[in-house]
Design a protein around this ligand. Structure first.
Ligand SMILES: [Zn+2]
Length: 151
């Protein structure tokens, strides 16, 4: 899923759960649960998609939306806001493991998937453009949850 949806989910977990250690662990695990749901992805081959301008634009937009979420938490400071930011980061963090691949593809160097990245690819069984419907629905639901918790 998009980093934004991972972050929104993590933030919801942080805002709702009182126990920090538990919230951080669940936020991290939520990444894999969300990635197992059908979600947005490209039809084209991975290497071409990663090098595409569209992918990079999406990556930047996604990162900016995560920053907007953190900014909202910092400005409004609802109960557990710091935990929400931490959990947002933890929920999105497993995708940082893909950074190595992103760099190697751009340097035209071979990339050997680690056991973890093989697992991450395996659970993402459905990544297609139509998955945007799931992404938007999930984001809307998470925003509703967050706005109800912080009001
Ligand atoms: Zn992921």
């Amino acid at each position: 899923m998009t980093a934004t949806n991972h972050a929104l989910t993590g933030a919801s977990i942080g805002l709702i759960m009182g126990d920090a250690a538990m919230a951080v662990a669940i936020a991290f695990l939520s990444h894999y649960v969300l990635d197992a749901l059908p979600h947005f992805g490209s039809n084209s081959n991975d290497q071409d998609w990663i090098k595409s301008k569209k992918f990079k634009t999406m990556l930047i937009a996604d990162a900016l939306l995560c920053l907007v979420l953190v900014a909202v938490m910092v400005i409004l400071q609802p109960h557990n806001w710091f935990l929400a930011c931490l959990c947002a980061f933890m929920a999105a963090s497993p995708d940082l493991f893909w950074l190595n691949r992103f760099i190697r593809v751009h340097l035209k160097k071979p990339w050997q998937p680690s056991l973890l990245s093989r697992f991450a690819s395996f659970i993402q069984w459905f990544q297609r453009p139509i998955g945007v419907v799931v992404e938007i629905t999930w984001a809307a639901a998470a925003i509703i949850v967050i706005s109800n918790v912080i009001k």
